[in-house]
Write a protein that binds this ligand. Structure first.
Ligand SMILES: Cc1cc2nc3c(=O)[nH]c(=O)nc-3n(C[C@H](O)[C@H](O)[C@H](O)COP(=O)(O)OP(=O)(O)OC[C@H]3O[C@@H](n4cnc5c(N)ncnc54)[C@H](O)[C@@H]3O)c2cc1C
Length: 466
């Protein structure tokens, strides 16, 4: 039954179709079930929803697209605020920035920026929301050249626990601005961000694939190749087990494949003359190992880069796991292939290794609480989990993978890749965690936004030592 409040037309409860609409998510393995839900389409509606939650003593959970719907608890007693603000993207080609309203997905930003010769540090999916991605750091296929995406955020507009709408940046409440960028959530409801765009004259991007039986040769070859690859190119290697679906290219459907996907970016016309050639030369040693059964690497538009990795752009039930690796020795690769490779019977849809390093580790400009990753490799695995049996099989497989990865695993994670509530979001050192917790405590002393705090961050909510 819908209830009306000034500025909030529709605070809904289970049974109301608008409630179901507010709870729609990309990851349908984690459909939220809050006590109440609202779709906020204006700043005033966000403010009124926050006031409503405070008056009703309800914790708030916030989301835009539900790509990370499993990363926060179900929060049965919460008010879910779904941000869907219109007037989505404004590009300023002179300052090379984009102002982006909450609810906007990356494809809208990249499409609006492209005619100006600009793009942004988006991730591998066109449908991921700009706000959640940037607040959690954001790892892009341009990241080895440009670093963690959140470092390019220039300003954040948000509604605070007190119900105020504020704009924070390096000169206005710099502490809150710092904590918002990668601090683990729980600071307010973001209504818009202003983010730097980057010059783009050419993008070379694609996927090259072989039958997974070649993995024992190709994975160590890619590891050695990547270790000396220039910053201009960022790649991921995936063992894919894709079903027969319309968007899956024929060579990849119905059998396990090994894919190398990624992008290189040329910022100027002068650079673009040489970049395509450089990328061809770079990939040549990998192509020479064995004839690929799919090879889509070519010069593409910046908008097409969003589809390089072929992430599904429709809702799916997915469970995932992730860690950051300090090294990829031969023994770790062999163990992973034995556990999750061609003859393993692994139920996983994807096992991914992303190459980090470059500006991910040494950013040109420092950013927020999470502004760099020093680990050179990222591990990610995911499986389709439509029911309990599938979830159990996937969870067992994650455990088996983790056992072989253990000697190479660091205690840290990349916040945007933590998509469950049992894994701690362990992003920074204890001192940074304490500083973030102190800022959260100052801005939300009653814990109104506690439904939005990532698990590792909750543990940091002990008193700062000084
Ligand atoms: C197919 C796929 C591909 C991906 N590829 C990449 C990639 O290449 N690189 C990468 O780094 N990540 C990637 N991700 C992870 C993605 O960046 C995170 O899941 C991100 O948090 C999603 O943000 P969202 O707003 O779309 O999701 P949501 O589930 O709506 O939000 C996630 C979280 O963001 C916060 N949030 C969202 N909106 C607001 C708001 N208005 N105010 C305050 N907080 C808010 C909340 O904490 C919320 O719990 C991918 C995820 C998927 C599913």
């Amino acid at each position: 039954m819908a209830r009306s409040f000034a500025g909030v037309p529709d605070v809904t409860r289970p049974g109301n179709p608008r409630y179901d609409q507010a709870c729609r998510v990309y990851n349908i393995a984690g459909i939220p079930a809050p006590a109440e839900a609202v779709i906020a389409a204006t700043v005033e509606q966000v403010r009124a929803a926050v006031r409503h939650a405070a008056a009703a003593c309800r914790p708030i959970r916030v989301m835009s697209t539900g790509h990370a719907s499993l990363s926060r608890g179900t929060m049965d007693d919460a008010l879910l605020i779904r941000t869907e603000l219109p007037d989505a993207v404004r590009i300023d080609p002179y300052t090379r920035t984009a102002w982006v309203a909450a609810g906007t997905r990356w494809e809208q930003v990249i499409t609006a920026a492209a005619p100006h010769g600009l793009t942004a540090l988006h991730g591998s999916s066109p449908t991921v929301g700009v706000i959640g991605y940037l607040l959690h750091g954001g790892l892009s296929f341009y990241g080895r050249r440009h670093g963690v995406a959140a470092n390019g955020v220039r300003a954040i507009e948000l509604v605070t626990a007190a119900g105020d709408h504020v704009r924070v940046d390096a000169g206005h409440d710099p502490d809150l601005f710092w904590a918002l960028r990668g601090g683990g959530g729980g600071f307010g409801i973001v209504t818009a961000v202003e983010v730097e765009l980057i010059d783009v004259a050419a993008t070379i991007s694609g996927t090259i694939a072989w039958p997974a039986e070649l993995a024992a040769t190709l994975v160590p070859a890619w590891r050695d190749w990547a270790a000396s690859a220039p910053r201009e190119i960022t790649t991921s290697l995936r063992l894919l087990n894709l079903p027969l679906l319309p968007h899956v290219p024929a060579p990849l459907a119905g059998a396990q494949s090994l894919c190398i996907s990624g992008s290189a970016i040329a910022a100027t016309a002068a650079e673009s003359d040489t970049t395509e050639q450089t990328v061809a030369e770079l990939l040549e040693p990998l192509r020479a190992i064995a004839e690929p059964n799919l090879d889509t690497w070519r010069t593409v538009s910046p908008v097409e880069v969003l589809r390089t990795q072929m992430d599904p752009d429709f809702p799916i039930p997915v469970r995932s796991d992730h860690s950051l690796l300090a090294a990829l020795p031969d023994a770790t690769i062999a163990g992973l292939l034995h556990t999750a490779g061609p003859t393993s019977g692994s139920p996983l849809l994807a096992v991914e290794l992303r190459h980090l390093g470059g500006a991910f580790a040494t950013p040109r400009q420092p950013g927020g609480a999470f502004d760099r990753i020093t680990a050179p490799w990222l591990y990610f695995a995911a499986g389709l989990a439509p029911d309990d049996d599938a979830t159990e099989a996937i969870t067992d497989q994650f455990a088996a993978n983790n056992a072989v990865l253990a000697p190479s695993t660091t205690p840290y994670t990349a916040p945007s890749f933590v998509e469950n509530t049992h894994q701690h979001q362990h992003t920074f050192d204890a001192e940074t965690a304490r500083a973030v917790a102190a800022i959260r405590q100052r801005h939300d002393p009653d814990g109104l936004f506690r439904g939005d705090v990532a698990r590792g961050s909750i543990h940091a909510l002990t008193r700062p030592s000084s």
